[in-house]
Write a protein that binds this ligand. Structure first.
Ligand code: AMP
Ligand code: MG
Length: 419
């Protein structure tokens, strides 16, 4: 449903939109970018895989030793009496032993070396005494397969080792290398254009005139968007003038898959973002049942998805994490994942009025009983950006909550979830 700011805000209480519902509505309209690139593994780090990846080989490719020791025939080491064996050679990692282990023989073997023909187990070096070419062992019985890593234990030839929609991290590119893959197909980088709006905004590096503040939102957004799967375009600060805002919209619409702005979505007299989006694109304007981050514009501008984020710096970050990040994941083809939520004991009281869901900034601490506790960073105003820097999680307080008392359990979303 499309609403205008006027419709929406005429009726204050009823039209506050719950966070979950807004996220659902947003994701319903968002399409995955279909263009694909073929990249070398290193360049694919942080990118989203678009096809299933199949192992062309077994990993490990051959049975090998998990220990430095002696490759033996398990039946030669029944364990009732001391086992004495003759060492007939050495197997190194990458330099296999060429012969075969026969009755009462063994081969000195290093970790990762091919298990020699005839042998089916490895004795740990530390459990063996060596005297010239004779080794003796007082243990057992030795089981077939002891200290052996079999071919295909990690990945089997023909297995799908990675599903489409996986974001390739360190483990994934390592895994792909292990199965011999050197190039992968990933979705192309998402083009994200962003700008700040506001006559009060000054760039860093010049002194502030009276009434000015530094533009911090573009820096925070730059930080949030600087990821391998994103190509971001900083379009600067746009003054609160109808024509300037229109021009910025048009420029962004021509270049981007996703446009983010901050400020100018309230109902102040110089707030042109919602109005312009209504004229040039398609608009939903929502008053969200959340704090911070009450006003949010969402829609389309040209071929791009558009978010008009609020102006206050904490609101920018909170709405980014709750709405923009899931959108970016969807547009990049990343498969959906559940939010990482944990329960923590609240240290101290938290103030809250019922009505809107709150994302208070918290500091998560590990307790000695292996549980977690969380404390507030202090002032929770949407302008207090230092609260984001001090915190490592959001404390999620449901709309109906009327505050939290010291010692009560709360739900916490660690910032780790926003990787
Ligand atoms: P607005 O939504 O434009 O009314 O802005 C709400 C509040 O956020 C005001 O106090 C603005 O000065 C502040 N604000 C807007 N944009 C920025 C920005 N880029 N950096 C820091 N503060 C901002
Ligand atoms: Mg403004």
């Amino acid at each position: 449903m499309t609403t205008t700011p006027a419709d929406c805000c005429a009726d204050s209480e009823q039209k506050l939109l719950p966070v979950e519902l807004a996220r659902e509505r947003i994701l319903k309209t968002v399409q995955t970018v279909t263009a694909v690139e073929q990249l070398h593994l290193r360049s694919a780090l942080g990118r989203v895989l678009v096809e299933p990846l199949v192992a062309n080989i077994d990993v490990p490719p051959f049975a090998n030793s998990a220990m430095d020791g002696y490759a033996v025939r398990s039946q030669d080491c029944p364990g009732a009496t001391e086992t004495v064996l003759e060492a007939i050679g050495t197997a190194f990692a990458g330099r296999p032993f060429k012969g075969e282990v026969s009755r009462h023989q063994c081969v000195r073997i290093m970790t990762g070396a091919v298990l020699p023909e005839g042998a089916d187990a490895v004795l740990m070096q530390e459990h063996v005494k060596r005297d010239g070419e004779r080794i003796s062992f007082n243990g057992g019985p030795v089981k077939s397969g002891q200290n052996v890593r079999y071919a295909g234990e990690d990945s089997r030839q023909g297995d799908i080792v990675l599903e489409p929609g996986i974001k390739l991290g360190a483990a994934e590119i390592g895994l792909l290398a292990s199965v011999g893959v050197s190039e992968v197909r990933v979705s192309r980088r998402l083009r994200v254009a962003f700008f700040s709006t506001g006559d009060e905004l000054n760039a860093t590096g010049t002194p502030l005139a009276k009434g000015q503040i530094y533009d911090s939102n573009r820096y925070a957004l730059f930080g949030l968007l600087s990821k391998p799967a994103i190509e971001c375009y900083d379009l600067g600060v746009i003054p609160d003038q109808r024509e300037a805002v229109r021009a910025a919209f048009q420029q962004a619409g021509d270049m981007a898959d996703l446009i983010l702005t901050s400020g100018g979505v309230s109902v102040g007299e110089a707030d042109y973002v919602t109005e312009t989006l209504g004229e040039l694109g398609e608009i939903n304007f929502w008053r969200m049942a959340m704090k911070p981050g009450k006003p949010l514009a969402f829609g389309k501008m040209g071929g791009a998805v558009f978010f008009g984020l609020p102006g206050n710096p904490v609101s920018v970050m909170v709405t980014f994490y709750q709405f923009v990040l899931p959108t970016i994941r969807r547009m990049s083809g990343e498969k959906e994942r559940e939010a990482l939520l944990i329960q923590a004991r609240c240290s101290g009281d938290l103030k809250k009025a019922p009505g809107r869901m709150e994302f208070q900034r918290g500091i998560l601490n590990r307790e000695s009983d292996a549980g977690w506790s969380v404390s507030s960073t202090g002032l929770q105003g949407s302008h207090v950006l230092s609260s984001m820097s001090k915190s490592n999680c959001f404390i999620l307080l449901p709309a109906e909550s009327a505050g939290v008392k010291n010692g009560e359990l709360v739900t916490v979303q660690p910032f780790l979830d926003f990787d």
